[in-house]
Design a binder for this molecule. Structure first.
Ligand code: NAP
Length: 273
């Protein structure tokens, strides 16, 4: 039997991509959970796929009242919440002058403020129980600044800092906090981009497996794939010209500038809707 059997969770961004894979993985481990996103139909489909396990909660995590509603629903239906996975996120790529203030606001509102509002809603409950685990899905982009990603980089670097500060703030109150930093993962969020040279993209299930690993063995940060952990640390130490050569080798200097803008139209219109 899984060590997670009988635990309860709330997972945001559960309607597709990485979040849906996290819900499926946790469900397979015996976790009952509230699944949050704006797309009600997709959540209800997931609840039908995993009967008795998933409670759909259609909510926009940018809205404090909606987030408090998610907390009330979760406590009412689950009794208590052991695990909070802040996964919902959006990404816009391109030159600084090409991206808009609205896209900046959207990225910070979903990626950062959404995670903060969810923590604000659930931390008091976890403190009261002296137990809980919060996992924020940040990104390798939170520690690896890249041309064409300035806004997304900034939002995810903020998530990394927010996660670590939260961890330090609540660690003596029985609450574990950690960030999972995925690299390129095959979801609609990276539509139109190529993979870095010689690398394959992760599958959403690999990120879900990392979340399950982090719950079973709490650590402050987990990079996926794991082999990038040392490379990312090194990038912080090497001189700028070497860093530039490495980025050029992998194509990271152009990946988020020369992407297929047409292929991202579906993604852009979906998240706007
Ligand atoms: P995705 O397939 O586009 O899924 C994003 C999820 O976030 C959807 O379920 C979406 O649901 C939800 N969401 C967006 N805005 C929301 C809002 N205002 N309120 C509630 N839910 C909202 O993207 P993904 O790749 O799975 O991304 C999941 C997380 O992984 C994000 O934080 C992303 O930054 C991170 N990440 C992704 C990659 C990658 O390469 N794919 C790499 C590193 C990190 P609705 O549209 O139904 O609301």
């Amino acid at each position: 039997m899984s060590a997670l059997q009988g635990r309860t969770a709330v997972v945001t961004g559960a309607s597709r991509g990485i979040g849906r894979a996290i819900v499926r993985r946790l469900a397979a481990e015996g976790v009952r959970m509230v699944a949050v996103a704006r797309s009600r139909d997709a959540l209800e489909e997931l609840a039908r796929e995993l009967p008795g396990t998933v409670i759909p909660a259609a909510a926009d995590i940018r809205d404090p009242a909606a987030v408090d509603g998610v907390r009330d629903l979760a406590l009412d239906r689950l009794g208590h919440v052991d695990i909070l996975v802040n996964n919902a996120g959006v990404g816009h790529f391109g030159l600084i002058e090409e991206l808009t203030p609205e896209q900046w606001d959207e990225m910070f509102a979903v990626n950062l403020k959404g995670a903060y509002l969810m923590c604000r809603a659930f931390v008091p409950h976890m403190k009261e129980r002296r137990s809980g685990h919060i996992i924020n899905i940040a990104s390798v982009a939170g520690v690896l600044p890249t041309p064409g990603l300035a806004l997304y980089n900034a939002s995810k670097a903020a998530v990394v800092a927010f996660t670590e500060a939260t961890r330090l703030e609540v660690r003596d109150r029985g609450i574990k906090v950690g960030a999972v930093l995925p690299s390129f993962t095959d979801t609609e969020l990276i539509a139109g981009t190529r993979s870095p040279r010689g690398q394959r993209n992760c599958r959403p299930e690999e990120i879900a497996a990392a979340v399950a690993r982090m719950i079973a063995k709490p650590v402050p940060q987990l990079v996926v794939p794991r082999r990038l952990t040392a490379q990312l640390r090194l990038m912080g130490l090497i001189p700028d010209p070497v860093k530039r050569a490495v980025a050029r080798y992998y194509g990271l200097d152009t990946l988020f500038l020369d992407f297929d803008r047409n292929a991202r139209k579906g993604y852009d219109s979906r998240i706007r809707a």
